[in-house]
Design a protein around this ligand. Structure first.
Ligand code: HEC
Length: 222
């Protein structure tokens, strides 16, 4: 990934003991995901969205670690370092205990899905300096993504009728996720379109809670 002035090289996270994370303890793997810190104390930089991963619940974090342990080891040394033209900011103190979101509150549950789990809000919230996000404008879009497809900028997914998705039906929002198609029928580009198969695994309830959350956001204009 070589956009926005930094070059991040994705490390091996299989259970290979030499070139992956096979020797890390569960606590160390959990700290890397939720606190952005490696066992040697170094900080993990963008695009790992630690800001939102800090809110992954204890239960989901444990499940992710358990899953990573089942990934077959692949021996693949990644030696090129990531390079950032800015100092990496500490992600803050260890997240103490994070409960699951309330199950009887669609907006809160949708916020949890849209943040820590699917990180819609990370990609769709305008950047500040050094890859921080302007959370006072959550969902306003404007993050550039560069890849073989060219440069694609994330869109405004707040309920503003003119600039966001306020005029979209629930079905159109869900179709954007599951089929990668905008309300006007335009095919969405990566990295949005590349995730349709992942989002296809969301339940009906997950999808309607996500929509409830998006509709609860304060509308944003450019
Ligand atoms: C990796 C970054 C990334 C993630 C994660 C992501 N998006 Fe997107 N999204 C984009 C980009 C970039 C576009 C613009 C694509 C284009 O214009 O072709 C986009 C487009 C959209 C659109 C279409 C808007 C329009 O006006 O056409 C919707 C709706 C949307 N995203 C909702 C979501 C939701 C909901 C989630 C979480 C489930 C999500 N996105 C997660 C990057 C992302």
């Amino acid at each position: 990934m070589a956009d926005r002035g930094f070059r991040a090289v994705v490390p091996n996270i299989t259970s290979d003991p030499e070139t992956g994370i096979g020797r890390w303890t569960d606590t160390q793997v959990a700290a890397a995901i939720r606190e952005g810190r490696r066992p040697d104390g170094s900080l993990i930089g963008p695009p790992m969205p630690i800001d939102v991963y800090r809110h992954i619940s204890d239960r989901d974090l444990a499940a992710i670690v358990t899953y990573l342990r089942t990934v077959p080891p692949v021996r693949h040394a990644v030696i090129e370092p990531s390079t950032y033209p800015f100092p990496l900011a500490s992600h803050g103190p260890p997240a103490a205990r994070v409960p699951d979101p309330p199950q009887d509150d669609p907006v809160a549950r949708g916020a949890y899905l849209a943040g820590p789990l699917a990180h819609c809000t990370d990609c769709h919230t305008p950047p500040l300096a050094n890859e921080q996000r302007d959370w006072s404008r959550t969902g306003a879009g404007g993050v550039p993504f560069e890849g073989p497809w060219g440069v694609v900028v994330s869109r405004n997914i707040t309920p503003d009728r003119e600039h966001g998705i306020g005029g979209w039906t629930d079905e159109q929002i869900i179709r954007a996720l599951l089929q990668g198609v905008s309300a006007d029928g335009r095919r969405l580009a990566p990295p949005m379109s590349g995730r349709t198969s992942v989002w296809a695994q969301l339940s009906q309830r997950d999808l309607s809670d996500l929509v409830a959350y998006l509709r609860s956001l304060p509308p944003q204009r450019p």
